[in-house]
Design a protein around this ligand. Structure first.
Ligand code: SAH
Length: 259
């Protein structure tokens, strides 16, 4: 009779393999089997050279592994007594379906641990020198996905009224909707926006502009997923040297900040 193994849900961070936590590295070193998402930089697998690696993300247009199948696999491997790591991009609990996996483990009475990671939305901001919150500009930041479960609409008005920096995940198919709906809900057309593709990776690219120009920016520069959309006055602080385009209408914000 063997003892039950365990599962560690790990956030691998936004892409740069150095942006993983020490705790995650220690857990990877102990792992016997690692289930990896496609957003994870393969370089982090150097920390678990002896583990069996099971890719469960979608690559090259292939179908992704169904979530219920991953849940069952995690439970089954742990029941075999294995030390299992589930490695996800960013943070496992920020649009990472880590919650579903945790609940599956909980209901099967499998021991588990959660190791947070740096979420790509906040990493995208800092990589462009954009503070997600900044006194005098905004009192908060909202992480939101444009990809809702049944295609239901986002609470656009509430998002506008929140006066927070909007960090929008999975939004590249919805640039026109995001721009139109936020403007309709009362946000200024000139509100600074940026799209950050492959944040913290070697081939990171970013464009900045205004809410009104958001769809055009994405199209013109052929911005590809994975990419983050950030909307808010703090985007006016982006380091223009790191962006492909800077429309400059919020330069005055920088001047305010410099004083
Ligand atoms: N759990 C992840 C998010 C998974 S959802 C996290 O915390 O970061 C997948 C979405 O995350 C993508 O569609 C994209 O919007 C965003 N994303 C992930 N990695 C990214 C990166 N390196 N740069 C920009 N966006 C990224």
């Amino acid at each position: 009779m063997h003892t039950t193994g365990k599962v560690t849900l790990i956030g691998a961070g936004p892409g740069d393999p150095d942006l993983i936590t020490l705790k995650a590295i220690k857990a990877l070193q102990q792992a016997e089997v690692v289930l990896v998402d496609d957003l994870v930089n393969q370089a982090v697998l150097a920390h678990c050279p002896r583990a069996r690696i099971v890719p469960v993300g979608k690559r090259g247009g292939c179908q992704s592994t169904p979530q219920h199948f991953i849940n069952r696999m995690l439970v089954a491997l742990a029941e075999q007594g294995q030390n299992v790591v589930r490695l996800k991009g960013g943070d496992p609990f920020v649009f990472g379906r880590g919650g579903e996996e945790m609940l599956a483990l909980r209901s099967a009475s499998i021991p588990y641990d959660i190791i947070p990671g740096i979420t790509s939305g906040l990493a995208a901001c800092s990589s462009l020198e954009v503070p997600a919150t900044h006194r005098g500009y905004t009192h908060g930041v909202t992480l939101v996905t444009a990809h809702t479960q049944n295609g239901e609409s986002l609470p656009w008005r509430a998002l506008v009224e929140s006066n927070t920096t909007l960090v929008i995940y999975m939004g590249m198919q919805h640039l026109a909707t995001i721009s139109r709906e936020l403007i309709t809900a009362g946000m200024a057309k000139e509100m600074p926006c940026m799209i950050v593709e492959n944040a913290t990776r070697d081939h990171q690219r970013a464009v900045t502009g205004s809410l009104q120009t958001l769809p055009m920016l994405g199209h013109q520069h052929q911005m590809q997923s994975p990419a983050m959309i950030v909307v808010g006055e703090v985007v006016g602080l982006a380091n223009s040297a790191d962006t492909l385009q800077m429309l400059g209408q919020f330069e005055q914000l920088k001047a305010v900040n410099a004083n």
